[in-house]
Design a binder for this molecule. Structure first.
Ligand code: BYC
Length: 330
């Protein structure tokens, strides 16, 4: 059966009849749920789409360490500091698996990182917002990692083998992140002072809409979804996953005793889903253009980190070269 057709985006998708023999065999493999592996034939655009998505995903993991890194020295207890550091280290690990998965497609890690640092590559919009109080650490874990899980669980079944396998481990770790975030908020709401409870509500107010934007533009405006769905790179559309996230999250919000800044949020019995208000897409596109509250700061921090670490990389290469020479001489 030909891949599911979805009403997304503007680009036309080729039918099986329009494909040459290699491409048809490739599509039939995808339709039969057989994974594509690095040495298999693949259309150029399948490779390009994966390099784009996986590199953006890897950059998001690495830039995503920064808003939380801001709170390591200010975590309220030793236990919270250890949890936060473990989470941030996990994000670094995710970035590394993803860069490795990307390299299996022939992309060069240094080149892709350079695109990030020069502002030519995208990373998740959410990481361009500031983390202003301790409750933001809870809200990031709960909402941002929560959204990431909803997006990434289906990616465990993505059609490209190395990406799907990387996602299995990433999802396990994201579950811990989501729970630690929610537990921070639950603790503040159950045992905190009024000022601490207010911090929780404030963090949710600021991060709610940007978390919904993480899923990307609405299906009608998503240029890549239709082809990525046909290739089973994406298994669900942006709007489907956004709705799934809202439906899962609102009962957790109610347990916290908090609200979201959306007067239109309402359970719709007929649809069996929550209805929700209009997303401010102008804000999303401004962030994508580099004009979010923290875009410049995030890129500058990344550029400085690369510069400051240059001597470590040079020393490691010099050491490896010396060892190699010694072994060759022995
Ligand atoms: N931010 O056609 P569309 C995490 C771009 S979680 C910035 O729908 P696609 C973490 C999109 O790239 C976050 N850009 O695209 C969690 C495209 O631009 P180009 C990372 C966005 O690819 C906690 C254009 O808009 N997760 O890492 O079919 C702690 C049109 O969109 C965003 C992933 O990357 C956005 N929110 O669908 C630490 C998951 N949304 O390239 C770390 C893997 C869209 O055409 N990625 N754009 O110029 C995906 O599942 C898909 O790439 C997306 C977008 C659903 C994000």
């Amino acid at each position: 059966m030909y891949a599911q057709q979805v009403e997304t985006g503007t680009k036309a998708i080729k039918s099986l009849a329009e494909m040459g023999p290699e491409e048809r065999a490739f599509q039939e493999k995808i339709d039969a749920e057989i994974k594509i592996e690095p040495k298999n034939w693949m259309p150029d655009n399948y490779r390009k789409t994966l390099i784009r998505q996986i590199s953006q995903h890897a950059h998001s993991e690495i830039v995503g360490m920064l808003p939380e890194g801001n709170w390591v020295t200010r975590a309220p207890t030793l236990k919270r500091k250890l949890q936060l550091m473990a989470k941030i280290q996990d994000e670094a690990g995710h970035g590394l698996y993803l860069y490795s998965a990307m390299e299996t497609l022939g992309a060069d890690r240094d080149e892709e990182i350079e695109k990030l640092h020069s502002g030519r590559a995208k990373y998740s919009s959410i990481f361009n917002y500031p983390t202003l109080n301790w409750a933001d650490m809870g809200a990031v874990g709960w909402l941002v990692d929560g959204a990431a899980i909803v997006n990434q669980v289906p990616l465990q079944r993505t059609s490209y083998g190395p990406y799907s396998r990387a996602m299995i481990r990433v999802c396990k770790e994201e579950s811990f992140h989501q729970r630690q975030g929610y537990e921070i908020l639950l603790h503040m709401m159950r045992h905190g002072t009024q000022a601490q409870k207010d911090m929780v509500q404030d963090a949710i107010n600021r991060l709610w809409w940007p978390s919904l934007m993480m899923f990307g533009p609405s299906d009608a405006e998503s240029p890549n979804s239709a082809q990525s769905m046909a290739w089973k790179i994406k298994r669900h559309t942006n709007d489907e996953l956004r709705q799934r996230f809202i439906d899962q999250t609102i009962p957790q919000l109610e347990l916290l005793g908090c609200t979201v800044p959306d007067p239109d949020l309402k359970w719709n019995e007929e649809r069996g889903h929550y209805d929700f208000g209009e997303i401010q897409w102008e804000e999303f596109y401004e962030v994508l253009k580099g004009n979010g509250p923290c875009n410049r700061e995030r890129l500058e921090t990344r550029r400085n980190a690369i510069q400051d670490g240059a001597w470590v990389r040079e020393a490691a290469v010099a050491h490896a070269n010396k060892k190699q020479k010694q072994q060759a001489a022995a």
